[in-house]
Design a protein around this ligand. Structure first.
Ligand SMILES: [Zn+2]
Ligand SMILES: [Zn+2]
Length: 253
């Protein structure tokens, strides 16, 4: 299985429009972060987790020729705004896109993209097949997906485990019960917004504490704000099996 970090930035992306801070002015490409999303590729399946506002750019950059399914973690704009662009795959693959999300997230998609769900559809709009999910495991062809419940302040969100890889973004709490699903991971990806407290995201120290508890072989941090600091500086401070993810990073598992 191959994982590609399509984007590793928080909701505004990095650089932030019109920001003059040293991170936003950095010429290190590892400091340039599109909105958070990953691509999961197995021998047979290609899956995208979240379609943020940078989805089109991410698909072009990584030259993604097919997608079998889109999974949504939650309905915030920075995770769903690019859904319209899945129509490119409808045209090429001549199939509706399989979309997996919780009922509340589907309702938000209906509100944000009413034309996709209209009775009488305008030609050329995205076509999707909705699959309702909850905390129970499900399969996409031969791939088992284990949803992991987390809290994004008060909003319940889903992370996903595929084999020995798990991805949780936009969260600041995982219950002990759900941590059971994170045992024996080779790679764990968790959000870490910045060092300073935030109401709905893990801070760097909270993310490290969770990683120490879960004990994966390796961990990557994502959904990073320009307030975190320069990639190179922060990476220096991290324990040896914890890495800041960056856009375009590929890991094999
Ligand atoms: Zn987000
Ligand atoms: Zn969010």
């Amino acid at each position: 299985m191959n994982i590609t970090f399509l984007g590793t930035g928080t909701s505004q992306g990095v650089p932030v429009i019109a920001c003059e801070c040293e991170v936003c002015r950095s010429t290190n490409l590892k400091d340039h972060r599109l909105r958070s999303s990953i691509l999961v590729e197995t021998a047979n399946e290609t899956i995208v987790v979240d379609t943020g506002p940078d989805f089109r750019q991410q698909m072009l950059r990584e030259n993604v020729r097919k997608i079998d399914a889109v999974l949504f973690t939650h309905e915030h704009r920075d995770h769903i705004a690019g859904l319209d662009d899945i129509r490119a795959y409808n045209f090429i693959l001549k199939n509706p896109m399989d979309v997996y999300a919780e009922e509340r997230v589907i309702r938000a998609l209906q509100y944000e993209f009413p034309y996709i769900f209209a009775e009488r559809k305008y030609p050329g709009i995205p076509q999707i097949n909705v699959h309702l999910i909850n905390e129970q495991s499900f399969s996409i062809n031969n791939l088992t997906v284990i949803p992991i419940r987390a809290l994004h302040y008060r909003l319940p969100v889903l992370g996903f485990r595929f084999g020995d890889f798990a991805y949780i973004t936009d969260a600041n709490h995982v219950s002990d019960q759900e941590k059971e699903k994170l045992k024996n991971l080779k790679i764990f990806t968790i959000c870490a917004l910045r060092k300073k407290e935030h109401i709905s995201h893990f801070t760097l120290s909270a993310a490290i504490a969770l990683i120490r508890e879960i004990q994966p072989e390796t961990a990557y941090l994502t959904h990073i704000s320009h307030q975190m600091g320069l990639h190179a500086d922060i990476q220096e401070e991290l324990p040896e099996n914890i890495f800041l993810a960056y856009d375009g990073l590929k890991v094999e598992i």
